[in-house]
Design a protein around this ligand. Structure first.
Ligand code: ADP
Ligand code: MG
Length: 319
């Protein structure tokens, strides 16, 4: 089942002074499957926020179609199944956290008795239970972001759309938000979130799309993509004989001798297993075996800023 399908989405803005048209979203195609966690990556200004606003009906597309659970995204029944955390959530700062969430719950027509339970549970979930009765003007950026998460979840949405949910948070706050996203996935919800923080995406997403100049330059299964690109391993050993070294050298892409240690880059064709047996039989020591994965960061840099990508000559001293 497809949770969200975006087809040929285009959004033009007029620059206010020159009135020249600028195409911010440029024929975007995107498909999010039900139950997956999808990371929407892109450099600043790529058009992520604009895309998310278009999906949530806060902006009108110049052209293209957006379907959520198979229906037009402006459909009221569909909106009730979606939760949204905007990039810079604005809250009425004279309300308390509890009042604010209750107000939001009312907008979704949730009954009073249910509201109370739901609000309390959500405040716990985002770690704000102890601050429930404080006015929002006393909230830090991190607390505001957590409250925004709670607000996005008030209607128990099947599709949760979050615009930079980790931005402005300290490491603990980032970890907490990551954990909430993982929990949402466990509950069977679909999560679509934008971020420019690569490690957060790498840790929790099933799939990732990289937005560059309003188009998706890459949309892939993250783990498959990372494994597919570099199946080799880095092997570190010591205490082997000359003869074993020669066999290791022959099976490796390259070897480097560093003091008593030998570092070898071994292709992912079963050679690692063979070499482990060889080294052991020779009485040598295996210090480490590290599978080489292309990091999401290197994919991101290549897609988003090809001119900045390191040339292959620069990566010689990787050991
Ligand atoms: N309302 C608007 N009017 C004109 N230009 C806009 C408007 N909103 C965003 N933009 C421009 O669209 C581009 C993409 O912005 P945005 O979607 O916020 O990117 P991201 O969230 O990826 O950083 C930027 O160049 C931004 O200046
Ligand atoms: Mg943005």
């Amino acid at each position: 089942m497809v949770a969200l399908k975006v087809e040929n989405l285009v959004k033009d803005f007029k620059r206010s002074i020159t009135l020249r048209k600028v195409r911010v979203v440029d024929g975007l195609n995107l498909e999010i499957r039900q139950g997956e966690t999808f990371g929407f990556l892109g450099p600043n200004g790529a058009g992520k926020t604009t895309t998310l606003k278009l999906i949530n009906g806060l902006l009108h597309p110049t052209s293209g179609s957006i379907r959520i659970f198979g229906q037009d995204h402006r459909n009221v029944a569909v909106k009730g199944r979606v939760g949204f955390l905007p990039e810079n959530p604005y809250f009425y700062d004279y309300l308390t956290a509890e009042e604010f969430l209750d107000f939001y719950a009312q907008l979704f027509g949730i009954r009073r008795a249910d509201r109370r339970v739901r609000v309390r549970r959500l405040l716990e979930r985002v770690g704000l239970a102890a601050r429930a009765a404080e006015p929002l003007r006393k909230f830090s950026k991190g607390m505001t972001q957590r409250l925004g998460m709670a607000q996005a979840l008030i209607n128990e949405p099947e599709l949760v759309i979050l615009d930079e949910p980790m931005s402005g948070l300290d490491p603990i706050g980032r970890r907490d938000v990551r954990n909430i996203i993982v929990e949402l996935k466990r509950e069977g919800r679909t999560v679509f979130f934008s971020s420019h923080l690569i490690p957060d995406v790498e840790m929790i997403c099933d799939r990732v799309g990289i937005l560059v100049s309003g188009r998706l330059s890459e949309q892939a299964d993250l783990h498959q993509r990372l494994e597919m690109t570099s199946p080799a391993s880095d092997l570190r050993v010591s205490g082997i004989s000359e003869e074993t070294f020669e066999r290791l050298d022959a099976l490796s892409i390259r070897t480097v001798v560093r003091g008593p240690e030998i570092l070898a880059e071994v292709p992912g064709d079963g050679s690692v297993e063979k070499l482990i047996d060889l080294v052991r039989a020779d009485g040598g020591r295996i210090i480490s075996i590290v599978p080489k994965r292309e990091s999401l960061e290197s994919i991101f840099l290549r897609e988003a800023a090809p001119e900045c990508t390191e040339s292959s000559e620069l990566e010689v001293d990787r050991f």
